[in-house]
Design a protein around this ligand. Structure first.
Ligand code: GDP
Ligand code: IMO
Ligand code: MG
Length: 445
């Protein structure tokens, strides 16, 4: 029997914004296909190269490499208004785009009224609001599961407008019952009607992008021996099943989500690259055991430029949480770790890392079912900082000893090797460990 060619998966192990976009961009030259499998424009993946910064919301992060095919899978939710704007900003010539971006017809559409409903539902929650990006993600996945949603492929059917209007009417009725109406809403500083017009314009553009059936395309690509990288959005702790529910997003952000969102059999998953920050951040509501308040948080936020790529909101910052990381490694079957933003800790004399929790006076190192217990207190180990810039470090092995100790502590705790360290936002600021498994996988040794 021929050996099965498998797809690799790259995803976030914390609460999102781990730097997935940058790492996908760095790894893309080793892949033929990069595919998004879940989430939608709630994602903001930042790529920096040649002095320019790009933020991608729906389009996979392989888009800047010629020869790479970028697939938006069946599990993604699409807002034509946002994709249209994204494409304008990327400014890729139409003939190149025709060869480099394919979208699955099974992907569900985020209607303008899904965004209205998202706002109405959050508004109703008051203090308990999730802190959603308000891109309509929750209501769109709700309609998908309720079997009332509209898919991209539906736009080709005769009664699409009729179905659109019926669903919109239903949404407006629900929003009104929550005390919300169209006039309450400005979407990207447009009225609902203006937004809707732009949405339909975007839909025309979306229709011109080549369609694929992601399950067929991805499996055939693998059958031909080409490499596929599945790009996650959000992070493991925002997963609808395994995250800090209800403060989560509405999709499965974990490795299993790549199977569902692309049509890949579990036996076709190869390496799983888990990306984590050298500390933790979270944007929006919900529990965050190692959260810092005050000057330490401000230091991380300013040094790390921790402001949302999608909403511009300041991100909450805290120390690295090892039980949470270990949990994420387990759920995803992570085989290689990638640590980003090591440089953000450069100026600290002391770095803390959470190794367990005190719950009701008892210490445990298992990530608990609920993080909201008042009696939950993180237990920290203190490490010496390296207090040094990493700008002139040319190899993983030359990193300061204190940083390598930090890496060893993480590896001992989670029992997975850290193969790559990112030391800045630019594509070039990357250090791959000599002899690391990831190098064999990418066949660059
Ligand atoms: P994603 O959603 O996981 O792709 O991450 P985001 O792009 O939302 O957030 C990561 C932020 O950190 C972006 O502003 C990146 O440009 C930046 N970034 C990525 N890696 C590094 C790094 O190693 N060091 C620093 N200082 N910034 C980084
Ligand atoms: P990337 O891919 C960080 C958070 C929101 C909110 C919760 C639910 O850039 O890592 P939603 O809009 O899905 O209803 O929001 O999830 N959230 C993210 N946080 N990075 C993201 O994506 C996120 N996508 C959603 O802040 O708390
Ligand atoms: Mg992001």
């Amino acid at each position: 029997m021929k050996e099965v060619n498998k797809a690799d998966v790259l995803l976030g192990l914390q609460w999102g914004d781990e730097g997935k976009g940058k790492i996908v961009d760095v790894l893309t030259p080793h892949y033929k296909v990069v595919a998004r499998f879940q989430g939608g424009p709630n994602a903001g993946h930042t790529l920096v190269f040649e002095g320019k910064k790009y933020i991608l919301h729906t389009i996979p992060s392989g888009i800047f490499h010629s020869g790479c095919v970028n697939v938006v899978g069946n599990g993604v939710v699409l807002d034509p208004f946002i994709i249209n704007k994204e494409l304008d900003q990327l400014n890729i010539p139409p003939d190149v785009l025709q060869e480099s971006l394919f979208i699955c017809g099974k992907a569900h559409l985020i209607l303008p009224s899904h965004r209205l409903l998202d706002a109405a539902l959050e508004n109703k929650k008051g203090k308990l609001r999730i802190g959603s990006t308000l891109k309509g993600i929750g209501p769109t996945y709700t309609d998908k599961v309720a079997r009332t949603g509209l898919r991209l492929a539906d736009t080709a059917t005769d009664n699409f407008i009729k179905k659109y209007e019926a669903l919109k009417t239903e949404h407006l009725r629900l929003a009104e019952s929550l005390g919300y109406s169209l006039s309450d809403l400005k979407l990207d500083s447009l009225t609902f009607e203006e937004y809707e017009q732009e949405w339909f314009r975007g839909l025309e553009r979306l229709k011109s992008i080549p369609r694929v059936q992601s399950e067929v395309f991805i499996n055939e690509t693998l059958d031909k021996g080409a490499r596929v990288l599945a790009e996650g959005a959000q992070g493991t702790l925002l997963d609808i099943d395994f995250g800090s529910y209800p403060y989560v997003t509405s999709s499965n952000t974990i490795t299993a989500g790549a199977c569902i969102g692309l049509g890949l059999a579990p036996s076709r998953i190869g390496e799983v690259f888990g990306v984590f920050k050298a500390y933790c951040t979270r944007v929006g509501g919900g529990p965050f055991p190692t959260e810092l308040i005050g000057k330490d948080a401000d230091h991380l936020r300013e040094r790390g430029n921790e402001y949302g790529s999608t909403t511009g909101r300041p991100r909450r910052c805290g120390w690295l949480d090892l039980p949470a990381l270990k949990y994420a490694v387990m759920i995803n079957g992570v085989s290689r770790l990638i640590m980003t933003k090591a440089d953000v800790l450069n100026q600290l004399d002391v770095i803390k890392v959470c190794t367990g929790y005190q719950i009701d006076g008892e210490e445990q190192n298992i990530f608990p079912l609920t993080l909201e217990q008042e009696s939950l207190n993180p237990v920290y180990k203190e490490l010496q900082g390296w207090n040094n810039s990493l700008d002139s470090v040319e190899s993983f092995e030359q990193l300061p000893a204190a940083l390598l100790d930090y890496v060893s502590l993480i590896e001992d705790y989670v029992q997975v090797p850290v193969d790559i360290i990112s030391t800045g936002a630019d594509r070039k600021q990357i250090l791959i460990r000599k002899g690391a498994g990831i190098l064999q996988r990418l066949a660059v040794v």
